[in-house]
Design a protein. Sequence first.
Length: 70
Amino acid sequence: MAQSKCPVCGCVQFYVKDPDDEFEVYEFECRKGQVCFDPGAETSGCPDINDQTEVFCNACVWHDRFEKIK
């Protein structure tokens, strides 16, 4: 299985919002169904990402549950 892509625009970069601060985001790629953050990215405050977590495309307006791109 290759990298997951946005179903609208094909972008491979996604993000989740911090539940305590909607302006704080954590960017990732989804490879083989796994969340892959950039090495060195600060993710200590990142919420747990499961199938029901709302994820957003980094390039367009698409957003849905993580299970849709997994």
